[in-house]
Design a binder for this molecule. Structure first.
Ligand code: BES
Ligand code: MN
Ligand code: ZN
Length: 490
């Protein structure tokens, strides 16, 4: 498990700056104005910050970006990081600035002098979110590359501690998601996944693991059809956080394909290793549950994940097989690589039958087509309810997590026609992400406000993002936590 770095919050101690180890970060406005901490560093370095403030380098530096002054004379630190930041920035800008500090800090320890800056907690949050490194499986060279902790100096440590506490709970959730999503499938099989989720019980989350026998009794035949070629058993895990009152829960549903070979409709070899992140939707659901529990959210939320592995095998589902879903509709499985929707069909139905949720959002690395449409910048947002969709888009925008509404409609739904069953599991080449969403909607009641988030492009990336190094991003944990916070808490 990758734990977020710890942040020690202290009162300002100007005399400690000269001897601080690692890196020291201070703030300076575009005008070159310095708080007492920056002024002390300026004095120790015989005016280096003053000179910086008058330089072309500083003039050209973007707002919220940093300059590192290496091996400063007069200080023990290896570098002084100067952040160009105004006093009145919003939370989002402060977090991004914190992430810039984290990048400049690297693995070293950090003393960040935020003084009386009103967004000090958001600065720290940005530092924490960006200080992530997945090194569980490294030995030798790569080992011991966890970023060192940070110390903050602020005028009101108690206020800052209170503000930062819920943010650190969310960061915990984000890191939980990233670890799950980065983990390879030989380590994170369905059994290990379920075991890690049972670990949330210690935080007060009720966790229930449904095994294959129970899934068969429930009639989850389309979910089981995906996992039947694999030796790792199919499971559904139900996580309940009951922090609210008597109201029905909000439901989060995740696709948890621990590895997607495509099944008999086998994927090409090149890049297939990326399908280790095909449980990303389930990973986000798990991270949100952890965040809600960690900050003691006053809401009822149920998180349900379908955990399976999609493998080719003598027992595997064949193209052309017809399977009856838990709902009762029959599906012709034309392509065994369109497996995520088969898993979700049964889990979505089960969630509504059992919990009658007041709203339901599912997350899935569902289609390669969403990458073609939106790249790595935005997740696809498909919904049957404008109010819920707008609330989610607002939450995602506030957190800076890209999300873009996509269309749905009858004409797309028709593309799922099958010659032999109620529907086919694929709709042809065009509008691939939309036909996938239409397929899911067939398992959503008209009375359930619902969103499908296609996160195939955003769950994991090959280049660094603002808040994460390349690999799993944890996209969606912050947006969903905020959605719950802003709309569903007592
Ligand atoms: N897990 C994949 C989608 C995916 C692709 C996720 C790239 C992340 C990155 C999904 O199960 C899949 O294989 N979808 C098919 C659907 C097709 C057969 C209709 C796809 O996108 O090609
Ligand atoms: Mn697939
Ligand atoms: Zn898949």
């Amino acid at each position: 498990m990758t734990n977020p770095i710890s942040v020690e919050i202290k009162e300002i101690d100007l005399d400690a700056l000269a001897g601080a180890e690692g890196k020291v970060a201070v703030l300076m406005t575009a005008e070159g104005s310095m708080d007492p901490l920056a002024r002390r560093v300026n004095r120790l370095t015989k005016g280096a910050l003053q000179r910086l403030s008058e330089s072309k380098v500083f003039e050209d530096l973007g707002a919220g970006k940093v300059v590192s002054l290496a091996m400063p004379a007069g200080m023990k630190a290896e570098a002084v990081i100067v952040l160009k930041l105004e006093k009145n920035v919003d939370a989002k800008a402060a977090r991004l600035a914190g992430a810039e500090i984290a990048k400049a800090k690297g693995l070293e320890s950090l003393t960040l002098g935020a003084g009386s800056h009103r967004r000090a907690a958001d600065l720290a949050y940005g530092v924490v979110l960006r200080s992530y490194s997945f090194e569980t499986h490294m030995t030798g060279e790569g080992k011991g590359k966890q970023p060192a902790d940070a110390t903050m100096m602020v005028t009101k440590p108690d206020d800052m501690r209170a503000a930062l506490e819920p943010m650190l709970a969310i960061a915990d959730g984000v890191f939980f998601t990233r670890d799950l999503t980065n983990e390879p499938a030989n380590i994170l099989d369905t059994t290990e996944f379920a075991a890690r989720l049972e670990g949330l019980e210690a935080m007060g989350v009720e966790v229930e693991v449904l095994e294959e026998r129970e899934l068969r009794e429930l009639g989850m035949r389309t979910l089981l059809a995906v996992g039947q070629g694999s030796t790792t058993p199919s499971k559904v895990v139900v996580m309940r956080w009951n922090g609210g009152g008597e109201e029905p829960p909000f439901a989060l549903v995740g696709k948890g394909v621990v590895f997607d070979t495509g099944g008999i409709s086998l994927k090409p070899a090149a890049g297939m290793e990326d399908m280790t992140m095909d449980m990303g939707g389930a990973g986000v659901v798990s991270g949100v549950m952890k965040a809600l529990a960690g900050r003691n959210a006053k809401a009822n939320v149920v998180g349900i994940v379908g955990l399976v592995e999609n493998m080719p095998d003598g027992d595997a589902t064949r193209p052309g097989d017809v399977v009856r879903s838990m709902k009762g509709d029959t599906i012709e499985i034309i392509n065994t690589d369109a497996e995520g929707r088969l898993v979700l069909a049964d889990v979505l139905w089960y969630t509504q039958e059992r919990f009658k949720p007041q709203g339901m959002i599912n997350l899935a690395t569902l289609t390669g087509a969403i990458l073609i449409a939106l790249g790595h910048e935005n997740a696809g947002v498909f919904s049957n309810n404008n109010d819920l969709a707008d609330a989610f888009l607002a939450a995602a925008a506030a957190e800076g997590e890209g999300a873009w509404r996509m269309p749905m409609g009858q004409a797309y739904d028709k593309l799922l026609k099958s010659r032999v069953a109620d529907m086919a599991n694929v709709g042809g080449r065009s509008a691939g992400s939309i036909t996938a969403a239409q397929f899911l909607q067939r398992f959503v009641k008209d009375t359930t406000p619902w969103i499908h988030l296609d996160i195939a492009g955003v769950a994991s990336t090959k280049t660094d993002t603002s808040f994460a190094p390349k690999g799993a991003t944890g996209w969606g944990v912050r947006a969903l936590d905020r959605l719950i916070h802003d709309n569903y808490e007592l």
